[in-house]
Design a protein around this ligand. Structure first.
Ligand code: GTP
Ligand code: MG
Length: 204
């Protein structure tokens, strides 16, 4: 059966008090040093000042409350190896995603270009037709995330340019700083809310 046009359901379990908890997978794509790990770590409260390139894929969990639902967010941090740079992004990761963060560094034009390629690829018709057994990525909630917005004097990608690109793609744009924590929580809560809404609309 083709999965075309559908989004996967989210898994639900009961916590120790019997309350329903939904599980959502949030993927983080972006070129090397875009700030993916720092964003994930800041969100889950494991901030570090040191740079360690991510090898392979890691994930961390954090349970949050979104729209009166308990949601366990499984936030994936992917290495910037070829698998993350290539377009389209790695299929197994996209396939299991409930939402995707397309991260670029506002001080790096290269990272902005990689993000644009990923966004275009996820919204491209050819993804849908070439990989029709995977979810329709046109429906996959994606947020463009401009990272390192604290580095004001080093910025190379103006907010207006990133916003214009995101709007043109029908995507939300948010700027974050893992350094100051600005908007980090907001990015994940927004991604979770979009994913929940999508799961719900697919059920109805
Ligand atoms: N000033 C500032 N520096 C940041 C921020 N986010 C990340 N950095 C720095 O940017 C560098 C790369 O950050 P990472 O989070 O490791 O980047 P990454 O995308 O996970 O890199 P790879 O794992 O190699 O793909 C590190 O030196 C971080 O300290 C931020 O919001 N502000
Ligand atoms: Mg990393």
């Amino acid at each position: 059966m083709s999965m075309e046009g559908t989004m996967k359901e989210c898994q639900t379990f009961s916590d120790k008090d019997g309350a329903a908890v939904r599980v959502l997978h949030i993927m983080t794509f972006g070129c090397h040093r875009a700030g993916k790990s720092s964003l994930v770590n800041r969100f889950v409260g494991h901030s570090t000042k040191h740079y360690y390139p991510t090898i392979g894929a890691e994930y961390k969990n954090k349970t949050v409350r979104v729209d009166d639902c308990n949601v366990k967010l499984r936030v994936f941090d992917l290495s910037a190896g070829k698998a993350v740079w290539e377009c389209p992004p790695p299929q197994p990761m996209v396939r299991s995603a409930h939402a995707v963060l397309l991260v670029f560094d506002v001080t790096s034009l290269e990272s902005f270009d990689v993000m644009k390629k990923h966004a275009l690829s996820l919204r491209a018709e050819k993804w849908k037709t070439q990989h029709k057994f995977y979810c329709d990525t046109k429906e996959l909630p994606c947020i463009v995330v401009g990272s390192k917005c604290d580095l004001v004097g080093h910025r190379l990608v103006p907010s207006s340019v990133a916003q214009e690109f995101a709007t043109g793609m029908g995507l939300m744009y948010l700027e974050t700083s893992a350094e100051t924590g600005d908007n980090v929580e907001l990015v994940y809560i927004t991604a979770a809310a979009l994913a929940l809404e999508k799961c719900k609309s697919n059920r109805d």
